[in-house]
Design a protein around this ligand. Sequence first.
Ligand code: FES
Length: 177
Amino acid sequence: MGGLESPDYASHDSGAHEPHTPVFTGAAKRELDELITRYPKKMAALLPALWIVQRERGWVSDGGMAEVAELLELTPAYVKGVVTFYTMYHQHPVAKYFIQVCTTSPCGICGADDVVKSLLRHTNTGELGVPSPDGKFAVIEVECLGACGFATPIMINEEFIESVTPENVPAILARFA
Ligand code: FES
């Protein structure tokens, strides 16, 4: 499943304190320029611009926020406010495969807690939010993922997987080996 991981995984678990290297050069800059043409104002491209930063680097650093702010003619504080509002933007390096599990009540009733336990065990993470020793996996609980009829849904990076059970967790994880 190599296509699901960031092309710049090496920076996922490093670089938190290194100088910012611009994201928007070459193809990424062209992608942003094209995105901006779709909206009446540059600032409307903020969310997808941040998504590009996260896709390229695995997370959104202060340097990435400042770069986006400059390109979209916003203040860094405004961009930071948006990044901190949405939990899907990572504000620090994360594991190669970031697993989000819905544990909101409807999924909870259907056994989401046991899915979480199985994920923690089979990823060797042991604890929510803590990366596995090899840096490969991290598991967090999230609110409703919008698939309440298909408990338990999880997201592994950008891949959405429904009807996860404690028993089928190993087979799912094997696809990311
Ligand atoms: S409550 Fe779990 S997807 Fe909605």
